[in-house]
Design a binder for this molecule. Structure first.
Ligand code: NAP
Length: 263
């Protein structure tokens, strides 16, 4: 039986290329898209190339949409083997609403999707977070960096820190509290920390599931812009590598170009 992968934000950019590369490696791909029509069109274009891809509505900021996806995977595929949390936003400007929405999609989105799909995941499953070089803990204060980087960080502590950032922006004190004026950077710092938290939670799980994060580099997409040096093919390479890791692959790491990230 083919392995089944779900890719969030699969309708364009790096996510679409991850779908293509996984399907070329004999994986059946469930292409998640928050807009049903755009998802159908993207999946149809890949299917025309002979690839095994089906569209599925998935808005990572909407619990009901995530729950629908989990129900459909259980009913139609009996589970899932690979989850690629690729969907992300980089909003213009910086205020309380930008902070709330960015943390909701880029941090809580992967957490929601992973929590909903882990119970359905078959042995040797793989969870991949698509992160960014901007998720560098050195851009927060030393005190916050130490809290976010500690080896035994728990999910309740991490979730508390992400909520605190949003509250601090709303109250106009985020700089004094040690946060940068970039919701995107904080969301990806949180996502990197979440990768470690989930990996530790999986330690006693017994299914051999590996959870890692990949930075695609600066890539020519709607988000990255036309001047970015990398193609989507290059950007998708490390996420796809992590999605197809062998049993002795790494756990809880952040990678760029298949090597541990240096930040
Ligand atoms: P993109 O071209 O802007 O595509 C973003 C994708 O995420 C779209 O499919 C979008 O759907 C989807 N999305 C946004 N909000 C969503 C939600 N609430 N639920 C489900 N899907 C949602 O961006 P990209 O460059 O391919 O980026 C993909 C990932 O790589 C992101 O996590 C990004 O942070 C990361 N990244 C990108 C770069 C870069 O240089 N491009 C660098 C580092 C990291 P719609 O089409 O409906 O908007």
């Amino acid at each position: 039986m083919k392995r089944v992968a779900v890719v969030s934000g699969g309708n364009r950019g790096i996510g679409l290329e991850i779908c293509r590369q996984l399907a070329r490696r004999a994986v059946h791909v469930v292409l998640g898209s928050r807009d049903e029509g755009r998802g159908r069109a993207a999946a149809a274009a890949l299917a025309e190339q002979g690839l095994s891809v089906e569209p599925r509505r998935l808005d990572v900021s909407d619990e009901a949409s995530v729950a629908d996806l989990a129900r459909a995977l259980a009913a139609e595929h009996g589970g899932v083997d690979i989850v690629v949390n690729n969907a992300g936003i980089a909003m213009k400007g910086f205020d309380a609403e930008v902070a709330r929405a960015t943390i909701d999609v880029n941090f809580f989105g992967p957490l929601r999707v992973t929590d909903a799909l882990l119970p359905l995941m078959r042995p040797e499953g793989r969870v991949v977070m698509v992160t960014s070089g901007l998720g560098d803990r050195r851009s927060v204060s030393a005190s916050l960096g130490a809290q976010l980087g500690k080896d035994d960080l728990r999910r309740d502590e991490l979730v508390g820190l992400m909520r605190r950032f949003v509250d601090d922006v709303r109250a106009g004190r985020h700089t004094a509290e040690g946060w940068p004026s970039s919701a995107y950077a904080v969301s990806k710092i949180g996502l990197n920390a979440l990768t470690g938290v989930l990996a530790r939670e999986l330690a006693g799980d017994g299914r051999g599931i590996l959870c890692n994060a990949a930075c695609p580099g600066w890539v020519r997409t709607d988000m990255g812009g036309a001047n970015a040096p990398r193609s989507v093919e290059e950007g998708a390479e490390t996420p796809v590598w992590l999605a197809l890791l062998p049993s002795d692959g790494p756990q809880g790491g952040v990678f760029r170009d298949r090597a541990p990230a240096s930040w």
